[in-house]
Design a protein around this ligand. Structure first.
Ligand code: FES
Length: 100
């Protein structure tokens, strides 16, 4: 499932894998930066802040801001520090993405 996005995949011939974001399947290029691939697929909100519930998405793309936190296998991870792998099950972190 691809949605409208202002971001484009540069390598459209890359092999694709299926990841699941909040239960929705997305075909993403294997080995691509996960945050960039999710943005290109139309995912803009990766988490919500615990204080106000404000939406957050990738900002720095270098591991500094933590606005790209997602939950994979029950662990909050920075999507900009990960690569796309087939079968990833990704959810928006509960409680804003902090430690539980
Ligand atoms: S986008 Fe800033 S830490 Fe990932």
């Amino acid at each position: 499932m691809k949605t409208a996005s202002p971001f484009l995949e540069l390598d459209t011939a890359a092999p694709q894998g299926t990841v699941w974001f909040d239960g929705a399947p997305l075909d993403l290029p294997l080995g691509a930066n996960l945050a960039a691939a999710l943005l290109a697929a139309g995912v803009a909100v990766f988490r919500h802040t615990p204080a106000t519930g404000a939406p957050r998405g990738p900002f720095c793309m270098m591991g500094a801001c933590f606005d790209c936190l997602v939950e994979i296998d029950g662990v909050a991870r920075q999507a900009c520090m990960l690569e796309v792998a087939d079968g990833l099950r990704i959810t928006r972190p509960r409680g804003g993405g902090g430690q539980r």
